[in-house]
Design a protein. Structure first.
Length: 229
């Protein structure tokens, strides 16, 4: 597991798919979202939002300096991370065996998709390699009735199951977990944005007092069931 954490750090220290500013100090009312995975039990780690605003640099050591929603550091976050990464147990072997479905966290409208990009990006020589293919992530972005957006990155090629303008319900299948774009292993990067500014869906002493999840769970090291409101 530690090797997987290290690989994720190497990849993600270079930046996430889309960077937005923090909305921590803004007034907003949390919506309610389901864990966006059909089989949460297949994910061995969540690497969340960094609430430490200081820039610790691009080195591996600096990138490991972070604070997540409940006060823990790497591998539960990394420097500057603005989303939540759900890491697939079994890596590429599990992805090749069928992967697992990414679900809409709430009802909304599809506002952006990309598919067909190389999905076996990995660490090579200390950085991410897509074996000569463009480093572009397959993704879906949803806009919810309030204007809040949820973003789902690194999908498996050919798996995107929706199109722009389509209305989806909570729990509808959006695609499959892959490793496309700036990704070192199969995982879902889930991002929540309010007016273009990121929000950590988890409640905690370093985050907002109310959770955006339908069920945040009591154990921060285990994902709760994926249950729509």
């Amino acid at each position: 597991m530690r090797a997987a954490f290290a690989m994720l750090l190497v990849a993600c220290a270079q930046g996430t798919p889309e960077t937005v500013d923090s909305a921590d100090d803004r007034a907003y009312t949390p919506e309610v979202f389901a864990i966006p995975l059909a089989e949460p039990e297949r994910f061995f780690q969540t690497t969340g939002v960094d609430h430490d605003p200081e820039d610790h640099g691009d080195s591996t050591l600096g990138s490991a300096i972070c604070t997540n929603y409940d006060g823990r550091g790497f591998p539960w976050c990394y420097d500057g991370h603005d989303g939540t990464d759900f890491l697939l147990e079994g890596g590429f072997e599990a992805m090749d065996a069928g992967s697992t479905q990414i679900l809409a966290a709430a009802a909304g409208v599809v506002v952006s998709t990309d598919d067909g990009n190389y999905d076996r990006c990995h660490v090579e020589g200390g950085s991410v390699s897509c074996d000569g293919y463009p480093m572009v992530g397959n993704h879906v972005i949803l806009e919810h009735p309030s204007g809040v957006r949820t973003k789902y990155w690194h999908m498996k090629s050919g798996s995107v199951a929706v199109e722009v303008g389509q209305e989806v319900a909570c729990g509808d299948v959006l695609g499959l977990v892959g490793s496309s774009g700036l990704s070192s292993m199969p995982h879902l990067h889930f991002e929540l944005a309010v007016d273009g500014q990121w929000v950590d869906p988890y409640a905690g002493p370093n985050s907002q007092p109310e959770s955006w999840w339908q069920d945040q769970g009591d154990d921060p090291e285990e994902l709760p069931p994926s249950v729509c409101p």
